[in-house]
Design a protein around this ligand. Sequence first.
Ligand code: B1M
Length: 234
Amino acid sequence: MSENEDDIILSELDDEELVQQMMDDLYDGLKEEIEEGVNILLERGWEPYRVLTEPLVGGMTIVGHDFRDGILFVPEVLLAAGAMKGGMAILKPLLVETGAPKQGKMVIGTVKGDIHDIGKNLVAMMMEGAGFEIVDLGINNPVEEYLDAIRREEADILGMSALLTTTMPYMKVVIDTMKEQGIRDDYIVLVGGAPLNEEFGRAIGADAYCRDAAVAVETAKTFIARKHNQGVAS
Ligand code: B1M
């Protein structure tokens, strides 16, 4: 690394300054700096989930605002997304290895026409950490992909993600097709993504809308427990 007076030594910053610097680095798409910052916070005893939410998700929220306002463009946002993924890759094993008891199986994917996957990956990661087995279908999934996977995998839960107002209606296509095939009630259907809300979740016939990854975990656990109780009762 070149030595000049402007170089910032991340390890010399206090926690608050470091989080602020990491948000700036995420904005600038600096993957190595983000990875270094994540490691420093972990060494300082931060919980992995806090590292994920404060500098990373917090930083991405700022990126989102400037993307919306035409200050940032796709290439810059892609770099920011790459930096975010670098940080997430370090956190993943820590979030996943909790030794939580097995809960159930979820098939998850981003809907057709939509290539946003950071939030979906985060949900998958947190669910895995909470003891769910995850089958990740990736991005741009047509209805057939979802339905093949839930049958093949004998999943308990179908999770769908959409980040665009133009792609979120596709979730209804999937749920309606499940109804047509008479399999809707065989699965717990959870949906999420920034433009959705509870009302939308209800309107399309999902079991629940999940605001974030932590809510997805709690909601999934509640529905799985209910399913098991029903199984015992019947
Ligand atoms: Co896009 N993009 N983007 N983008 N992008 C948004 C979504 C946008 C809101 C930006 C903006 O204008 N402010 C806007 C949508 C506007 C709208 O629809 N009204 C937008 C647009 C317009 C576009 C393009 C059309 C831009 C263009 O090409 N002109 C294009 C579309 C491409 C396509 O999909 N066909 C596009 C492209 C891209 C990139 C490729 C550059 C990149 C994606 C990279 C990637 O994902 N690998 C990108 C990014 C990064 C964003 C923003 C900035 C950040 C999204 C993100 O990762 N957030 C985003 C702005 C924003 O959302 N603030 C934006 C962080 C993530 C942790 O949060 O995804 O919300 P989120 O996930 C949360 C919850 O929503 C929830 O839990 C997660 C974790 O807490 N959740 C679930 C999500 N999925 C769930 C599933 C569940 C449960 C919970 O299942 C059970």
